[in-house]
Design a protein around this ligand. Sequence first.
Ligand SMILES: Cc1cc2nc3c(=O)[nH]c(=O)nc-3n(C[C@H](O)[C@H](O)[C@H](O)COP(=O)(O)OP(=O)(O)OC[C@H]3O[C@@H](n4cnc5c(N)ncnc54)[C@H](O)[C@@H]3O)c2cc1C
Length: 325
Amino acid sequence: MTDMKQQRYDVVIVGGGAAGLSGALTLARARRSVLVIDAGEPRNAPASHVHNYLGRESTPPGELLAIGRGEVAGYGGEIVEGRVASAERLPGEGEDGFRVVMEGGSTVEARRLLVTTGLVDELPPVPGLAERWGREVLHCPYCHGREVADRPIGVLSTGPLAVHQALMWRQWSDDVTLFRHTGPEPTDEEYEQLAARGVAVVDGEVSGLEVTDDRFTGVRLAGGRVVPREALVIQARFTARSAVLESLGLVPVAQEMGGEVIGTYIPTDPVGATEVPGVWAAGNVTRLTEQVIGAAAAGLMAAGAINGDLIAEDTRTAVEARRRG
Ligand SMILES: Cc1cc2nc3c(=O)[nH]c(=O)nc-3n(C[C@H](O)[C@H](O)[C@H](O)COP(=O)(O)OP(=O)(O)OC[C@H]3O[C@@H](n4cnc5c(N)ncnc54)[C@H](O)[C@@H]3O)c2cc1C
């Protein structure tokens, strides 16, 4: 990564994960000047491999991004390390122009913005859980289910979605235990479903995780009892990293699923346009359940829409100039 070469770009992309790099690749290939500013904290960094990315199944997350950065640079796209603090519309430029302010105070200008800053997984406050996140403490069966197939799996209930999670993970193992913890009591119908699928239910709060030789080995209950498990499924709260979009006047909204608020996101139209003209968003900051390949696809779609918007503006400017003679 190098320092930025220009003071003004067609597009500045805030965030260099799958969504941002994919948008940058599309824009660079469309011969737009594009700068990606990335703080280097992709959401799946704790995981050892990326799954379900067709053509790159099981690639380490850092390797996938390094390949993407090389592809962007190959078409002249620029990528710099850094964290954007805020962005603002340049005065008097109508829709066309933003100032992006980095932490530390340096600035760069852009005609359009694409914000792909992802989300933060807020984990339930159980001691020891954060240390195992992405290793044996898991949330997504499509990301990790195959890797823990047929093993003893626990599901930590912190809300009404936990029963759904337990029934889901049962697809990957016939040894699934639902820990009631702080979640609600399952309904009679849910108890029947859990029993029919052979999912055990354990009452009582979970007080911690048992770890032996740097491996998660069991769930410790408040009374001291340990239930041996090799993986623990949790429901994280997905909080959009929306500070930059909020600085432009956008407001995150709550997303519900199965009677539970699972997080916050910034709404966009289907191709990523936000309510602020000239500003697009893609990836987890706007779709909380998006996987890597979906985030990359969203970055591509937003980039296409941004390029179309710039073409329309370039055409308007050319027509005005032609009329002026
Ligand atoms: C443990 C775990 C394992 C996962 N495994 C898989 C899997 O196997 N397969 C799969 O498809 N999905 C997986 N996912 C989901 C995957 O992580 C997301 O789908 C993907 O990261 C979304 O891409 P994104 O570009 O939207 O955000 P991210 O990848 O999170 O990238 C956002 C980038 O923006 C940067 N950023 C944030 N704020 C700023 C700022 N202010 N200024 C500059 N840069 C900023 C961040 O540092 C980061 O680099 C997993 C998730 C987790 C938590």
